[in-house]
Design a protein around this ligand. Structure first.
Ligand SMILES: Nc1ncnc2c1ncn2[C@@H]1O[C@H](COP(=O)(O)OP(=O)(O)OP(=O)(O)O)[C@@H](O)[C@H]1O
Length: 231
């Protein structure tokens, strides 16, 4: 089984470590929710996995092969896709043109639309004219079109109402169901835990709740509260 593994991963920015000693395993087809308070280091951790910034200690590996010396492109070729914070569509392009950036050809676009039928009726609309939720749908579809093995999603809900974000959740589940391992960073903690198989909490750069079943955190508010406080 394909897996992405972090062992003792430390990420430093400027003055020192912002993430220290993280262990996690993301398996194909699973959703792992990474939650925690603002400034905990979630974004920095995702960036170190996709190669936006280097990690400073420990290792990040895919199927047992260390990616420590790999740049962004090599990691992307190994199937690591990263949806960074903010709405990363090209607003002047149509939905189809946005999808073609990763789908390569019309057949690829059609294949993706089968999983994202809501986009079909908007396929030739300029992306800037879509709603925030639809734009994020395009971002998800574009990432899916790149046929990733592991998808890192950073606060896809930013700027969206929970009810709008909730429409994206089944799409994330559907992507995972095709065998993609999803590492989901999300401010709407309960929504993330609700679709995740596994979860972990990061607080002040450290793991305050180690990776385990998402249900354990979802069903125990006190456990979650303590983890957010870093205790
Ligand atoms: N470009 C940067 N240069 C230096 N320090 C940074 C940079 N980006 C983030 N940091 C610091 O790294 C720490 C972790 O930030 P990070 O954005 O990774 O956390 P986060 O959990 O994603 O927070 P949020 O939920 O607010 O996005 C913070 O103390 C932040 O100030």
């Amino acid at each position: 089984m394909s897996e992405l593994q972090l062992s003792g991963t430390t990420v430093s920015r400027g003055a020192g470590p912002v993430v220290s000693g993280v262990d996690l395993v993301l398996r194909e087809g699973e959703i792992l929710a990474l939650v925690g308070p603002n400034g905990a280091g979630k974004t920095s951790l995702l960036e170190s996995v996709s190669g936006v910034i280097p990690h400073s200690e420990g290792d990040i590996s895919v199927d047992g092969r260390s990616m420590a010396k790999w740049g962004r492109v090599q990691r992307a070729r190994a199937g690591i896709a990263h949806i960074e914070q903010g709405r990363a569509i090209f607003p002047s392009l149509t939905v189809r043109e946005n999808l073609l950036l990763t789908a390569k050809n019309d057949a690829g676009v059609q294949e993706v639309l089968a999983s994202f039928p809501e986009l079909e009726k908007r396929i030739d609309a300029q992306s800037a004219l879509l709603s925030g939720g639809e734009q994020q749908m395009v971002v998800l579809a574009r990432a899916f079109a790149s046929k990733p093995r592991f998808l890192l999603i950073d606060e896809m809900s930013l700027g969206l109402a929970p009810v709008v974000f909730m429409r994206l959740l089944p799409l994330i589940q559907q992507i995972a169901a095709t065998g993609v391992g999803v590492l989901l960073v999300e401010q709407f903690t309960h929504l993330a835990l609700g679709i995740a198989d596994e979860a972990m909490v990061l607080a002040s750069g450290r793991v305050s709740h180690a990776q385990g079943p998402a249900k354990a955190l979802e069903q125990d508010p006190e456990l979650l509260r303590r983890a957010y406080l870093g205790s």
